[in-house]
Design a protein around this ligand. Structure first.
Ligand code: NAD
Ligand code: ZN
Length: 378
């Protein structure tokens, strides 16, 4: 089958790889109809991780069940499904506690699994014609048959529940003012989720004009261009000097990386400490890498950042972090889409054949206009 395979930094290719097949009785194989490129793929694409050449990318997958293992109870050939990006078992201690991003079964030694991601277990990605889905009764969410809402449902694999998870960690409530850093697909979904939860005002901070326009025009968020104004001063000023009730980091360490090996500030987190009012909450879904404390290298520089802990403490702030437990939200979010009450596909700018992946990666990585969120359709 054909798949998107990592070659070297800034280079992927569409190549023939071994077919996806049933390996355990609890697996299904899905024929992929939509698979999106994610900002998280760019960490590997840009060579900032130790992803090996040959890895098949793709954790935002949906399609139609093609083959069913003998131990699968709830799925039939022909079912249309979306696959939450976390691979999880459903029965370990963490899964039972709804912490499916930290499943203890699927990735021994490192809690948590995902398709097509370095360090997240032996699960090839779905930017391919077919995908093996482990523990399929747990990891596949059924969708209505046909091809309605294809682009909306594709967002259920990751960015819609991830944006929603950020608002859950920040406990966004009706009437809240929320500051979202990052107007990438994840930040836009966090802003959108905040509105679904009844936030009164949502600020979205970025410097990419076409992304800020999406935030303003599609969902009525207040755009803040950090290349033009100091976002902390601006938002504090707009909230009567108090700061926003809640804050969301949808950027991660990428705001911080420079070539220097000196310790650097956690840029976005420190801005959030300045932006959010006393006793407010912060939801961090932007990715931060772990680092080996002894490493003099890239790893240390990406993983050990300086947080203004004194300010954080003084303001009585709280923060949630981590991979999103996408499984917790995707059923309800699916039902909002079916009911016509959510349309997350407003972020999707392109649906392209798999063969165009190398070019699409390049353009998404360059934040080119029209490439805010790319969905590949094998
Ligand atoms: P993206 O790279 O497309 O978007 C990030 C945006 O942040 C860009 O538009 C960039 O211009 C902006 N930005 C950079 N520096 C900034 C700053 N100082 N202030 C404000 N904005 C700034 O990525 P994405 O797909 O939107 O994903 C965002 C982050 O979320 C990534 O780190 C990704 O790995 C992570 N992510 C986490 C989860 C999870 O489960 N926790 C899931 C999906 C993605
Ligand atoms: Zn993703």
């Amino acid at each position: 089958m054909k798949a998107v395979v990592y070659q070297e930094p800034f280079e992927v290719a569409v190549e023939e790889v071994e077919d996806a097949r049933i390996e355990a009785s609890t697996d299904v194989v899905v024929r992929i109809t939509s698979t999106a490129i994610c900002g998280s793929d760019l960490h590997m694409y840009e060579g900032r991780t130790d992803a090996e050449p040959g890895i098949v990318f793709g954790h935002e997958n949906m399609g139609v069940v093609e083959e069913v293992g003998s131990g699968v109870a709830s799925l039939r050939k022909g079912d249309r499904v979306v696959l939450p990006f976390n691979v999880a078992c459903g029965f370990c201690e963490n899964c039972e506690a709804r912490q499916t991003a930290f499943c203890l079964t699927v990735n021994p030694g490192y809690a948590g699994g995902a398709y097509g991601y370095v360090g997240m277990g032996p699960y090839p990605g779905g930017q391919a014609e077919y995908l093996r889905v482990p523990f399929a009764d747990f990891n596949a969410l059924k969708l209505p048959p046909g091809d309605d809402h294809e682009a909306d449902f594709a967002m259920l694999a990751d960015i819609f529940p991830t944006g929603y998870h950020a608002t859950e960690m920040a406990e966004v409530k009706p009437g809240d003012t929320v500051a979202v850093y990052g107007a990438g697909p994840v930040g836009l979904m966090a802003a959108y989720s905040a509105q679904l939860r009844g936030a009164e005002r949502v600020f979205v901070v970025d410097k990419v004009a076409n992304r800020l326009e999406l935030a303003e025009q599609q969902i009525g968020a207040i755009p803040v261009n950090f290349a033009e104004v100091d976002p902390v001063e601006y938002i504090v000023d707009q909230t009567d000097g108090l700061g926003s009730d809640k804050g969301i980091d949808a950027v991660g360490y990428q705001a911080t990386v420079s070539d220097s090996n000196e310790e650097q500030p956690a840029v976005v987190l420190n801005q959030l400490v300045g932006t959010v009012r006393h006793t407010g909450l912060i939801g961090t879904v932007g990715l931060y890498l772990s680092s080996d404390p002894g490493a003099p290298s890239d790893e240390a520089k990406h993983g050990r950042l300086l947080l203004e802990m004194g300010r954080f403490f003084e303001k009585g702030l709280r923060m949630g972090t981590g991979q999103a437990n996408s499984k917790n939200y995707n059923r309800e979010l699916r039902d909002l889409i079916i009911a016509g009450r959510a349309r997350p596909s407003f972020v999707v700018s392109k649906q392209l054949p798999l063969d165009e992946a190398p070019d699409a990666y390049h353009r998404f990585d360059q934040r080119e206009e029209g490439y805010s969120k790319v969905v590949l359709q094998p």
